[in-house]
Design a protein around this ligand. Sequence first.
Ligand code: ATP
Ligand code: MG
Length: 375
Amino acid sequence: MKNPFTIKSYESKELFCDREEELRLMLSNCLNHTDMALISQRRMGKTGLLLRLFDEIADVHPEIHTIYLDIFSSRNIDDFIKLLAEATMKSFKPKTSIGDKLMTFIKSMKPQLTFDNITGEPQLQIAYQTAHEKEYTLRGLLEFLDSQDVHIVIAIDEFQQIREYPEQNMEALLRTYIQQTHNLTFIYCGSKKHLMADIFTNEKKPFYSSTTFVSLGRISEQSYSTFIRHLFNENDRDITDEAIQFILDWTRRHTYYTQQLCHTVFAGGTQHIGIEEVKAACDLLMKQGEAVYLQYRQMLTVKQWSYLIAVAKEGSVRQITSAQFLGRHHIGTASASLRLAEALCEKGLLNDEVTLDGTIYSINDVFLSHWMERL
Ligand SMILES: Nc1ncnc2c1ncn2[C@@H]1O[C@H](COP(=O)(O)OP(=O)(O)OP(=O)(O)O)[C@@H](O)[C@H]1O
Ligand SMILES: [Mg+2]
C-alpha cells in the first residue's frame, strides 16, 4: 500500500490538500497574462502549488503551455539559459509543431547549444565566448517562445537565486526582455522573503512593481483535518479526531511537517490510530533529526544556540526586544536580541513573519523546535 502523504514533490490532485483559493487566483492571473510573485516561508507548499496549477491548466486549459524551471542549482547566466532551454525542450516534445521548430532554433543558436543524448533527457552544452553572446542567446530564446503565438506560462522557482549571479545586470536584462513579450506569463517563486521582496518591491530595482503577489499561508484547520481523515480512511485506517488535532497543533500546520508527520504515522502501519501512535511518530522524527540538529550546534555560536533554545521554548515570540523575553532567557540587551535574530534568520533557522501586530519569530524547522523545547 503506497503511502498517500507525499513528502517529495507534487504527485496528483487527489494527494494535494486544498489551496483552492490560491489556485483560482493564480489561474485567473494566468488567463489574464498577469505576472506573479509567489512568496512564502520555506516548505509551505509553493512548488507543490505551482505543479498543481500546471496540472489544472493541462486539464482545463490545454491550449496554454507551461514551463517549469527550478534555478536553485544555477550559479550564473549560463546555467540559467541552460535550465530554461532544457525546461522548454521538456515542455515542447519533438514531433510536435513547436517542438520541431524549437529543435531547429536551438541548433541554429550562436553561441552553440549542443545536445547530450546519453541520458535521454534533453541536456544542453553551451559554448560561449562573450557576455554579449549570452545575452543574445537569452533574448533569442524568449523571443522564440513569444513568437509561437501560443500562450505560455513560465514558472521560475527559487528565483532569488539570480541575486547570486556574478552578472550584476541579470535582473535588468531579464526584465527588459520579458517586458517585450506578449504571449508569455511569468510566475516567480521564492522562499527568501527579504530577497524576493527587494527584487519586486524596491523601486530602485528593475522588477519593481512588475508583478502581483500571491502569498501562501497555512492550510485551514478544517481543510487539513478533512484531508488527513480522508486519506487514512481511504487506505483502510481510522484515526481519532483527537489524534488529527494533535498532528495539526504539533506541526503548526506547516505543510511539509504536517505531511511528514502523517507520512510517518501511516508508515507505522497501525490500523486504529490514536494520539499515542501520533506521539510515537513525533518521537521518531525528532530522533531521526538529532544528528542534523547537533550539527547546527557546531555551526552556531553559544549565544546563537541559546537564543534558538529560547525561541523554541516560547514556541513563537512576538516581541524579541521585550524585557520579559530578554529577562526570562538571559539574552542581554534588546540590540543583542535583534542582532541574534537577524543572524539566525539569515542562516534560515529562524523565520520572521511580519503581521499587523508586528514581527513574529519562530524556528523554521518545526521538528527542531520541539526537540529544542526539551533541552
Ligand atoms: N497542499 C498540499 N497538500 C499536500 N501536500 C503538500 C501540499 N503542498 C505541499 N505539499 C507537500 O509538502 C512538501 C513541501 O512542499 P513544497 O516543496 O511545495 O514547499 P516549498 O514552499 O516549495 O518549499 P521550499 O521553500 O523548500 O522550496 C512537499 O512534499 C509537497 O509535496
Ligand atoms: Mg520549493
